[in-house]
Design a protein around this ligand. Structure first.
Ligand code: FAD
Length: 349
């Protein structure tokens, strides 16, 4: 079998690059090991433009955000399904320090902030907001599992999907392309998430997998809230009193099983958001692929030009992923230069 691009992994990264290459008229084969719990499948899919306690607005965030929303809407229109849910985020301050930091940000005359905030309206109780807060605009959440499922269906319809565990040791690099089993491709793109840490071609990339826990909750008396409520921890309403809640951000050894301490940490965050009684109905854990904070790296291997990489989506894959997929596709198909800050081959790791 011949294809233009062999893509390893159908998480968010693999799905996004597959869409972009197909839109550019290229043939792809996506190979995925079909694990039940992956970072993409477990993810809450939140897009939080002003993240963290310093409300930092990274350079270029608006471009990446606008491109991501446009991309998801494009796929939705074609699928006649909704994947991206545009939601306001009620951002409650955790302390007076955080509140005064925010006031300084807004007073700094940085006009970039104007687009992202509105006054907060919140009932206290049931919410706990002694330091106030604001409403963040232009956020929302992607139903990542539904987006992945739709992508898989699209790939299956094109005979462009296979369930297999790809072993980099089985890859033969030839002049003009690569061979894996009976598949000839001009380039292989590794989109393996945290499992990329075991890939012999990229063992020099400092992947720092970061486990995260997420809970399913029921709060029967809170059926009217449409906004995501964020106070470090967050509550994502799914309707009819059902919520997702998160999350932990762990460092150190990769433990894939959900732990009681992870559950308790998330429940403690939620008890700081609302006085209402919550019932836990589910607990999942997955491993985020983090390289340097949430900085994404893309591009060709520095010495093996037939081997490419798309990884490091970290905790902001939904926001950052589409823009990086667009840049990687333009590089691989049209030879466009990559932005130096995310070109893997230029990193002095
Ligand atoms: C608890 C939690 C909450 C999160 N919340 C958010 C959020 O709110 N917003 C946000 O933007 N991000 C969030 N994230 C992060 C987000 O999930 C990631 O940024 C993104 O999904 C990573 O996608 P990926 O494709 O790089 O990796 P993955 O999702 O890990 O996908 C990699 C895929 O490749 C497959 N694979 C790996 N190696 C091989 C191989 N050798 N052969 C075949 N298949 C292989 C895997 O099985 C998997 O399907 C969260 C993550 C966690 C854990």
């Amino acid at each position: 079998m011949k294809t233009d691009f062999l893509i390893v992994g159908q998480g968010l990264a693999g799905s996004l690059i597959a869409w972009h290459l197909i839109e550019a008229g290229k043939r792809v084969l996506v190979v995925d090991r079909d694990e039940p719990e992956t970072s993409s499948k477990v993810s809450a899919g939140l897009v939080t433009p002003l993240a963290g306690s310093r409300f930092h607005l990274p350079e270029g965030l608006e471009d990446r955000l606008d491109y991501a929303r446009g991309f998801y809407w494009r796929i939705e229109e074609e699928a006649k399904k909704e994947f991206f849910h545009h939601r306001r985020i009620a951002r409650l301050f955790r302390s007076e320090d955080e509140a005064s930091y925010w006031r300084e940000r807004v007073a700094s005359e940085d006009s970039r902030y104007e687009r992202f905030h509105a006054p907060l309206r919140i009932d206290t109780p049931p919410f706990i907001a002694p330091f106030g807060g604001f409403e963040m605009r232009d956020g929302g959440w992607l139903d990542v599992a539904a987006f992945l499922e739709h992508t898989r269906t699209m790939l299956l319809e094109r005979a462009s999907y296979a369930i297999a565990r790809f072993d980099a040791g089985d890859l033969e690099i030839r002049t003009g392309g690569v061979l894996w089993k009976n598949v000839e491709a001009s380039v292989v793109i590794f989109c393996e998430g945290w499992r990329g840490a075991g890939n012999r071609f990229f063992d020099w990339v400092p992947l720092r997998p970061s486990p995260g826990d997420i809970l399913d909750l029921e709060i029967p008396s809170l059926t009217n809230e449409q906004r995501v409520v964020n106070k470090g921890g967050w509550l994502l309403p799914l309707g009819q009193g059902r919520f997702r809640a998160g999350s932990t951000y762990l460092h150190g050894p990769v433990e894939v099983e959900p732990s009681p301490s992870g559950r308790d940490e998330v429940l403690a965050k939620i008890s700081g958001i609302t006085t209402l009684e919550v019932q836990m109905t589910g607990h999942r854990r997955a491993i985020r692929p983090t390289i340097r904070r949430s900085q994404v790296f893309i591009g060709r291997h520095p010495s093996l030009s037939r081997i490419a990489f798309f990884n490091g989506l970290g905790s902001k894959g939904v926001l950052n992923g589409p823009w990086h997929a667009k840049r990687l596709a333009a590089h691989l198909v049209g030879g466009e230069a990559l932005p130096p800050e995310c070109d893997l081959a230029l990193q002095p790791f």
